[in-house]
Design a protein around this ligand. Structure first.
Ligand code: PGA
Length: 254
């Protein structure tokens, strides 16, 4: 895997961008990502396409980004029709798996989410645990949001990265007020040293503001990741928000 070493030297935080295609994308989009990837050097990028497209990235001769799955089975192996296991994901060179995305929490309770986290860790996958409050909790105010998120963080010991994704911000074009977002990220940081990233309606115009939140270590991009030129702009803009002495690329995230 090619990355310039320029970013390895300084200390402090590393940043990452995760592309979550959801049940969207195509072979053509895979090819576009592989073609564009040369421009995305110097920052950790994790691409999470639907399962059938993983092979395009596994087999690509040159891969400048890491591969992730959008979910995994809560079972190790066996007669579970339709499931894809962590062992299989590893065979396809997946390094990461998203667990507990709000679009999946509709079918999965906390027990299932915990089982997935445990199995993913057992198979050496890096786990991205999604947390986020619904609009009803947001309307109750800051304290309600924090207690809701703290409850979701009960499984924090099994995850490597926390993705804060307010449910009301996903796919709506809405993003939290930056001051409030900073406060929330800071409150979460009191409980963990693990990287926290933000997701929910991120587009190129919002990246500069999000990049200014020092405690935020990355972005999870949904719909904008389906448009390669917009995604490139996000990557480019986010790299531009680098805080001095901050490293953008961290080999330990591989
Ligand atoms: P969005 O999705 O960027 O389309 O809002 C983010 C997500 O659900 O991860």
């Amino acid at each position: 895997m090619y990355f310039p070493t320029l970013y390895h030297n300084s200390c402090a935080l590393a940043r990452m961008i995760i592309a979550n295609w959801k049940a969207q994308g195509s072979e053509e989009l895979c090819q576009q990502y592989i073609r564009n990837s040369a421009e995305w050097y110097g920052i950790n990028i994790v691409v999470c396409p639907p399962y059938p497209y993983l092979k395009y990235f596994t087999n690509s001769i040159r891969s400048d980004f890491l591969l992730g799955a959008q979910t995994c089975s809560s079972h190790e192996d066996g007669a579970y029709t339709g499931e894809v296991t962590c062992r299989m994901l590893k065979e396809f060179n997946c390094n990461y798996v998203i667990i507990g995305h709000s679009e999946r929490r509709a079918f999965e309770d906390n027990d299932v989410i915990e089982k997935k986290l445990v199995i993913a860790k057992k198979y050496g996958l890096k786990t991205i645990l999604c947390i986020g409050e619904p609009i009803t909790i947001k309307q109750e105010g800051y304290n309600a949001i924090i207690s809701y998120l703290n409850n979701q963080l009960r499984m924090i010991k099994y995850c490597d990265i926390i993705a804060y994704e307010p449910i009301w911000a996903i796919g709506t074009g809405l993003t939290p007020d930056l001051e409030e977002l900073s406060l929330i990220i800071r409150a979460l940081k009191q409980h963990t040293t693990k990287p926290i990233i933000y997701g929910g309606s991120v587009d190129p115009s919002k990246v500069q503001h999000l990049g200014a939140i020092q405690e935020l270590q990355g972005l999870l991009i949904g719909s904008a990741s389906l448009r390669p030129s917009e995604f490139s702009e996000i990557v480019y803009n986010y790299k531009g928000t680098k805080i001095s002495n901050e490293k953008l690329y961290d080999s330990s995230l591989e």
